[in-house]
Design a binder for this molecule. Structure first.
Ligand code: 6PG
Length: 242
C-alpha cells in the first residue's frame, strides 16, 4: 500500500465520528476471512465513534473478523473510571457480537514492566509483524492538548523511536504509569486514524500542519506510517488555525 496522508475536516464531532465509523465498518468488510487487528484509542474523543459503531453501524460491521487491542492503557483496574478498556467496553464491546478471545486488553492492574512484556508477547503471537513490530490493520489515536498520542508525551519523545513494540510511560503531571504502543508500532500500521476535536487542540494541529520547527517537540508530529495510510479526522474547531 502506498503511504499517503489525508486531512478530513468536519463541522461537528458527531459528523466526524460517523465518517470514521463508516470507514471502520468498510475495513471490516474487506476481502478475505483473516482476522483484522485494531488498536483502540482511549480518552474521550473516540467514545462517540464507539457508540456509533455499536449502534448505526452494528449490522454493517463484520465483528467476527475484528480483534481489539489498545494503543495505550492507564495502569489502573479494568473497572476504574480511568480505564480505556472500560470506556471501550461500555460504549461498544459489550453491545456487539464479539467473544472474549477477540478482546486483548492491556492489564492495567498488573505490574507495569511485566505487563509491557506480556502485551508484547501477546501481540507477537497474534498480530502479523514486520521488522519486529506489529502491523495493525488500524490504529486509532486521539491527541492531547500537548500533542501527545497514545501515552507518548512530549517529555518521553524517545518512545516514538523505541525498538520495543510497547513500553511503560508516565503521565507528565500526575506521574500515573501507562502502558503504550511505541511510535514504531504505531507507524507500522496499515492505517492510522487520528481523531482531534475542539479549539484547545488547534494550536498543536496548526504547528503539525504548518510549523515543522514548533512541531518537532510534539509526539503527534512523528505519526508517519512507513507504508500505510494516515487520516486526520478534525472538526472545524481543531482545524481553526490551519
Ligand atoms: C489516553 C489516550 C490519549 C488520548 C488523548 C486525547 O489514554 O488518554 O490514549 O492519548 O487520546 O489524551 O484525549 P481526549 O480524547 O480525551 O481529548
Amino acid at each position: 500500500m502506498e503511504k499517503d496522508v489525508e486531512v478530513k475536516i468536519y463541522d461537528t464531532p458527531a459528523k466526524l465520528s460517523k465518517k470514521a465509523a463508516r470507514q471502520i465498518a468498510a475495513i471490516s468488510q474487506q476481502e478475505g476471512t483473516h482476522p483484522l487487528h485494531i488498536a483502540l484509542s482511549g480518552g474521550s474523543t473516540p467514545a462517540l465513534l464507539y457508540e456509533i459503531l455499536a449502534g448505526k453501524f452494528r449490522d454493517k460491521t463484520h465483528w467476527e473478523r475484528l480483534h481489539f487491542w489498545w494503543g495505550d492503557e492507564r495502569c489502573v483496574e479494568p473497572d476504574s473510571m480511568e480505564s480505556n478498556f472500560r470506556m471501550a467496553s461500555e460504549r461498544m464491546l459489550s453491545q456487539v457480537p464479539v467473544n472474549p478471545l477477540q478482546i486483548h486488553r492491556i492489564n492495567g492492574e498488573a505490574p507495569p514492566e511485566e505487563e509491557a512484556l506480556r502485551y508484547t508477547r501477546e501481540m507477537a503471537a497474534l498480530v502479523p509483524h514486520r521488522e519486529g513490530f506489529p502491523v495493525f490493520d488500524l490504529v486509532l489515536l486521539g491527541m492531547g492538548d500537548d500533542g501527545h498520542v497514545a501515552s507518548i508525551f512530549p517529555g518521553e519523545l524517545h518512545l516514538m523511536k523505541s525498538n520495543a513494540p510497547c513500553a511503560v510511560a508516565s503521565h507528565p503531571i500526575t506521574g500515573q504509569k501507562r502502558i503504550t504502543l511505541t511510535g514504531n508500532s504505531i507507524n507500522h500500521a496499515r492505517r492510522i486514524f487520528v481523531l482531534v476535536t475542539g479549539t484547545a487542540k488547534s494550536p498543536r494541529i496548526s504547528e503539525i500542519m504548518n510549523n515543522k520547527k514548533a512541531a518537532q517537540k510534539l509526539p503527534a508530529y512523528y505519526i508517519d506510517p512507513i507504508d500505510g495510510q494516515l487520516t486526520w479526522y478534525l472538526d472545524v474547531d481543531a482545524a481553526a488555525l490551519i
